[in-house]
Design a protein around this ligand. Structure first.
Ligand SMILES: C[S@@+](CC[C@H](N)C(=O)[O-])C[C@H]1O[C@@H](n2cnc3c(N)ncnc32)[C@H](O)[C@@H]1O
Length: 277
């Protein structure tokens, strides 16, 4: 398996694709005709905490009917479609990996949300959006992949209207990481920016935001991660018994490391909310 060199490399090999989601749903319901947005939600949320995590961001960012939302690092568009479906928001996702952009378009079209959700190919450090064009910016557990997080937050500030809000979750570091651990988290999961809660707040303030709240999600993530690790271990055992490839080794090793680091509170997750001043 070649080494990853960018987040795009990593996500081009992601095991869950739009095709796989649609194939599962077709097998379960016999047809894809009449597919509803809520039927995707068990499959298209690539972050910890599922739909409740989206509700928490929606509350922080004051998202409601007609709110113009930008979703940074939108993936297959799961959170974007949820915010449109549940809250009536109009959502523009920004996503770097071309196959995720294409997958997002396919899923969004299948559930008839294309008038209110679009995922645009782009880099969150250079948003292809006009100044002061959004009411809210959100991002779900993805900014760790962005090498220049400060630049991405300045871009979020630029595209927000005055008093617009940003709310996002991200990985955080509570205690110093060894170079070897940082390297493995990069090699296995394309984790480019691993910083503490205070450093996130400082970057937000430097970008021109006033902090509204910070919630440490480390304990909740620890429980979710332990459950996911058991699932990966079971899948690897099944693959070994069937003699099929067990998957990306660096990913597995770095995932095991990450779960351990969260369990001992060296790393964790947090939700940040701030307002443009
Ligand atoms: C963990 S996934 C999260 C997807 C989505 N937020 C969700 O919760 O379903 C992270 C996504 O960030 C994207 N990404 C990484 N770096 C990016 C960048 N600089 N600009 C835009 N998207 C980026 C990746 O391609 C990937 O699809």
């Amino acid at each position: 398996m070649p080494q990853i060199s960018t987040a795009v490399d990593f996500y081009e090999r992601h095991p869950i694709t739009a095709q796989i989601i649609l194939a599962r749903l077709e097998a379960a319901r016999g047809t894809l005709d009449g597919l509803r947005p809520d039927e995707l939600f068990a499959h298209d949320q690539d972050h910890y905490g599922g739909l409740a995590a989206n509700d928490a961001l929606a509350a922080c960012a004051q998202i409601g009917a007609g709110t113009a939302v930008v979703d940074l690092c939108a993936g297959l568009g799961g959170p974007a479609r949820y915010l449109a479906h549940r809250y009536g928001a109009d959502v523009t996702g920004i996503e770097l990996t071309p196959s995720r952009v294409a997958g997002a378009a396919e899923l969004t079209r299948r559930v008839g949300l294309d008038a209110r959700v679009r995922v645009v190919e782009g880099d969150v450090t250079a948003l292809p959006l006009a100044d002061a064009s959004a009411d809210a910016v959100v991002s779900q557990e993805a900014l760790l992949h962005v090498p220049d997080l400060g630049r991405a937050l300045c871009e979020a500030h630029r595209v927000l209207r005055p008093n617009g809000r940003i709310a996002f979750t991200n990985w955080v570091v509570h205690r110093p990481l060894s170079e070897a651990d940082r390297q493995l988290l990069w090699d296995g999961m394309a984790a480019a920016t691993l910083i503490g809660i205070d450093e996130h707040c400082e970057l937000l303030r430097c970008a021109g935001f006033a902090m509204e709240r910070v919630e440490d999600e480390t304990e909740a993530w620890g429980r979710i991660l332990a459950e996911r690790l058991r699932m990966y271990e079971a899948l690897r055992r099944e693959a070994e018994q069937a003699g099929t490839p067990a998957g990306h080794d660096d990913f597995y090793r770095s995932y095991v490391l990450f779960v351990g680091l969260v369990r001992e509170r060296t790393m964790g997750g947090a939700r940040f909310a701030a307002v443009k001043i």
